[in-house]
Unconditional design. Sequence first.
Length: 419
Amino acid sequence: MKTAKHVSLQLNRELNDIAEPYVKLVLAVGQHDADYVDAYYGPPEWQAETKAEKQSLDTILQTALPLKTKLDKLRSKQNEEILQLRHQYLKKQISSLIARVEVLGGKKLSFDEEAKAYYDVEPPVFAEEHFKKLVAELETIVPGKGPIPERIENFREQFTITPDKLDKVFSAAIFECRQRAKKHIILPENETFRLEYVHNKAWSGYNWYKGNNESLIQINTDLPIFMERAIDLAAHEGYPGHHVYNCLLETAFARKFGWVEFTVYPLFSSQSLIAEGTANFGIEVAFPGKERMEFERERLFPLAGLDKSQAEKYSRVQELAAKLSYAGNEAARKYLNGEISRDEAAQWLVQYALMSPERAQQRTRFFDQYRSYVINYNLGLDLVRQYIERRGGTEDKPEKRWEEFTRLLASPRLPSGLL
């Protein structure tokens, strides 16, 4: 009779046999889709090999399907949880890879079909009336007269970080986020990042993980940057967000266990909902309650040369405006399903996400490039928050919250595992 340990070792070996071809398939898809491989720090020769071969989409698909069949046949119920999670992780990642290859090959998916196929979730649908009520609430607290989108944009403009103060403010925000994260998370001694300011991007910030615990964090300066983006991007892209997430996965799995599937990150995959959800929830974990507003008021407002007496009101407006985030999902759904035009999608974002026309147009370019990826930010945040709070990590128990948050970061758990 096989012992539990023997069964676990056997399953691990079988997963190892699947992990290497999976990584090579991800790299092969990257030859057809420039956005697909978000990070890779595995053997350089694998990357060179896939670049030289330039496999066709059909060849990639015919290689991926048998791997999925093998994973479906493997049984992990009798094994330790970490192997069960690894098994499920590979199954979901290969399934999303197959879906992406089919789309690149011409298969048409609706917004919701794509979200389910890539990200392992079914996005909620909100009626227009939902956003009208939230906008009406904002109208009562944002000063001025006229249409609320213009009023809120005028209000936010008072809190613009001017270009000459941008680096000073962002550096202070990242330093604070890092200090807070290090109090609760053991980070690799060599972890580090570089900060760059860039132009002509469809996003506002991005973390490019380079491996060996190093990240390149880029901030897009195409449009004016308001005060709240300092903490948002410092925590989301850095600490305890993407940079920490990737460092922990690399340390725990790629290096310690030699699980090569964690040396590559395919962007259009189920991993992304966890990555974006934890990055957004990490902001709340690092700055619970009023701590964020207080830090911005006492530290960042003076560095930016802004009136700190307005910090509390600004924070309140931002909290309410954040509830409108799902308006972006609805705009993307309607636009990508062909129900509305780009201009109509932009107008929806102005009316219900309260973006300026310029920001709304930038967001539609994001829809073009990343499509249903938008769900990962708000739905990911909600699912991660609910998962951690169910496990006792509520705001009034900050130590437990950090504990559960760190455990999730350093695990291969995926969206369906949060439900």
